[in-house]
Design a protein around this ligand. Structure first.
Ligand SMILES: Cc1ncc(COP(=O)(O)O)c(C=O)c1O
Length: 399
C-alpha cells in the first residue's frame, strides 16, 4: 500500500522542511481541494437561494450536493438534517441556545459530559447553567482513558436530560465507545456527540451511535475553514425554532411577525459559506480517491504503532493517557521530564516540526489528572515514518 500522500499537499512542496504534526488543530489542504476552490471562484461563484441565473443555480446545486454527501457519510436520513455552521464551536452554541429558546431544559436538569471534553463542549453548557440553572456533571475515564461506563451508569440518573460527549479526545486520542452509551440512552434524554476529532479519522454512523445531534468542523478534514456541521434528527430539528433568524431562514415577514422556513434553511440565517461547502465537496472527492477510511485507518495504524514503539526508547518521554495502540487515533500528548511544554514546542519548531503546547482547550482534564500542561503531536494521512524518526532525533537531544 502506498503511503505517499504528502505529494498531494502543496504546502510541503512550498515548505520542504516542514513536518506538520498539528493536524488535530487543523488539516493541510490537498491540491485537489485548493484547485477546486479556485476553479469554483473563477467559474461559478455566486450567492445561493432566490436566483434566476445560471451560476447561482450551479452554486445551489453544489451546496445541496455537499449536504447530500455529508448525509451519506454520516448515514443520516436526509440532507435536511444537515445544518451548516462556521465550525464546531458555533454548532454546539447554536444547539444549546436553540434548546434554551425552546425550553427543552429547565432548572436542575442535568447535562452529562465527560472530563476529557474540549472547552467547546463545556462552555455552551456552562452558559445554560448561568442562564437557566441547569447542572453539569462530568463522567470520568478508566485507567486506559476510555469512558468509564460504571461511572457513566452511576451518574445517568433521572435528572439527566442531555448526554453530550466527545467521540475522540483531542488530548489523548482515545476513541470512546459511544454505541454503548447509545444503547443505554433513555427516550427522555438527548444524546449529543462532538465528532470534531472522529470524522477526520474514521467512519461515523449516527444510526449506530443512536445519537440525536452531532457536530464537527470541516477544516480538520481537508476542506477550507469557516464551515462546520450540526446534524440533528429531522423531527427534533423540525420541532424547534432556531435561536437566530433572518434571510433565507424565514418564509414570511410582516411588520409585527414572521414565519420560519422549513429544514434545513431555518437554521441557516444569512448568506452561507457557499465556497466552504464547495471545498467540502472537493474534500470528499479527494477522500474517495484515496479510498478513505480503509486507507486512512491503515496509514494511521502504521504511524501510531511506529510512534508508540519509538517513544518507549526514551524514559523521560511520557505519553499522557494510554500508551497502547488500541482504541486510539494518531494524537499523542506528552511531557518530558524537567522541560516546559512551550520550550519543547519551541525547540521542535526550530527544527521545523509543528506541534502544539499547553492544555489544548481541555483544562478540566488537565486539572483532574495531571496538574500540568503538555506538548501534542498529532499525525495525519500525509505524515511518514521518516518524519517520526526526525521528531525523535530532536527528542533524543532533550534529556
Ligand atoms: C474535540 C473538539 N471539539 C471541538 C473543537 C472546536 O473546533 P472549532 O475550533 O473548529 O470550532 C475542537 C478543535 O480542536 C476539538 O478538538
Amino acid at each position: 500500500m502506498t503511503t505517499d500522500f504528502k505529494k498531494d499537499f502543496p504546502i510541503f512542496q512550498n515548505n520542504p522542511d516542514l513536518i506538520f504534526f498539528d493536524s488535530t488543530a487543523t488539516s493541510q489542504k490537498p491540491k485537489y481541494v485548493i484547485d477546486g476552490i479556485r476553479e469554483y471562484l473563477e467559474n461559478s461563484y455566486s450567492n445561493i437561494h432566490r436566483w434566476m441565473y445560471d451560476i447561482a443555480q450551479t452554486s445551489e446545486i453544489y451546496y445541496k450536493q455537499s449536504k447530500e454527501k455529508v448525509c451519506d457519510v454520516l448515514n443520516a436520513n436526509s440532507y435536511k438534517e444537515v445544518i451548516y455552521t462556521f465550525n464546531s464551536t458555533y454548532a454546539i452554541n447554536l444547539l444549546t441556545q436553540t434548546l434554551r429558546r425552546n425550553k427543552k431544559l429547565k432548572k436542575w436538569d442535568k447535562v452529562l459530559v465527560s472530563i476529557v471534553e474540549h472547552h467547546a463542549n463545556i462552555v455552551p453548557w456552562l452558559i445554560l447553567k448561568e442562564e437557566i440553572g441547569i447542572e453539569i456533571d462530568y463522567v470520568t475515564v478508566d485507567e486506559d482513558f476510555n469512558l468509564d461506563m460504571e461511572d457513566f451508569k452511576s451518574k445517568y440518573d433521572e435528572s439527566v436530560k442531555v448526554i453530550s460527549l466527545t467521540h475522540v479526545s483531542n488530548v489523548t486520542g482515545q476513541v470512546f465507545d459511544l454505541e454503548q452509551v447509545g444503547k443505554l440512552k433513555r427516550e427522555d434524554t438527548l444524546f449529543v456527540v462532538d465528532a470534531s476529532q472522529s470524522v477526520p479519522h474514521m467512519k461515523v454512523d449516527v444510526q449506530k451511535i443512536n445519537c440525536d445531534f452531532l457536530f464537527f468542523t470541516w477544516h480538520k478534514v481537508f476542506a477550507d475553514s469557516g464551515i462546520g456541521v450540526l446534524w440533528g434528527r429531522e423531527e427534533l430539528l423540525e420541532s424547534m425554532d432556531c435561536v437566530f433568524s433572518g434571510g433565507w431562514a424565514i418564509s414570511n415577514v410582516a411588520s409585527d411577525s414572521f414565519s420560519s422556513a422549513g429544514l434545513p434553511d431555518k437554521y441557516e440565517p444569512g448568506t452561507p459559506n457557499v465556497t466552504g461547502a464547495y471545498s467540502l465537496l472537493k474534500a470528499f472527492e479527494y477522500i474517495d480517491s484515496v479510498w478513505w477510511f480503509e486507507v486512512l485507518e491503515a496509514v494511521e495504524d502504521q504511524l501510531t504503532n511506529y510512534f508508540l514503539e519509538k517513544a518507549k526508547q526514551y524514559d523521560y518521554f511520557h505519553i499522557l493517557g494510554s500508551d497502547k495502540p488500541e482504541n486510539r487515533v494518531s494524537v499523542f500528548s506528552f511531557v518530558i521530564d524537567s522541560q516546559h511544554s512551550h520550550d519543547v514546542a519551541e525547540i521542535l519548531a526550530e527544527n521545523h516540526i509543528a506541534v502544539r503546547s499547553w492544555k489544548h482547550c481541555a483544562q478540566p482534564l488537565f486539572e483532574k489528572y495531571w496538574h500540568a500542561h503538555s506538548v501534542r503531536a498529532s499525525l495525519y494521512l500525509y505524515n511518514t515514518k521518516e518524519e517520526i524518526d526526525k521528531f525523535f532525533e530532536v527528542i533524543g537531544k532533550l534529556k
